[in-house]
Design a protein around this ligand. Structure first.
Ligand SMILES: [Zn+2]
Length: 93
């Protein structure tokens, strides 16, 4: 296995609940479905795999975090329960 190249984000970030890899920035949130799902315009350190729909996975630990392109093309719906952080913010979990 080769080493996975991981992007480090600056400031308040959402991270993978399981491995704390940096995944998303609050400024890239398009909308929120309550506190259950967040819609992002982009993510970092993730990959897509298609089964019935395009699921989104953490590139480091392969945790499934959401689904891609369901309501709109090029948007990422992420399950809030799979995200940690941002540390020190009002939205920290
Ligand atoms: Zn992870």
């Amino acid at each position: 296995m080769g080493r996975v190249f991981v992007i480090e984000l600056e400031g308040a970030v959402y991270t993978c609940k399981k491995c704390h890899t940096h995944l998303a920035l609050p400024s890239d949130i398009i909308s929120k479905n309550g506190r259950h799902e967040y819609e992002f315009s982009k993510l970092f350190n993730t990959f897509l795999a298609e089964r019935t729909v395009k699921e989104i996975f953490c590139v480091v630990c392969s945790n499934e975090i959401g689904i891609y392109g369901v309501t709109d093309p090029n948007t990422y719906w992420v399950m809030r329960a799979e995200l940690h952080g941002p540390e020190g913010s009002d939205d920290e979990v």
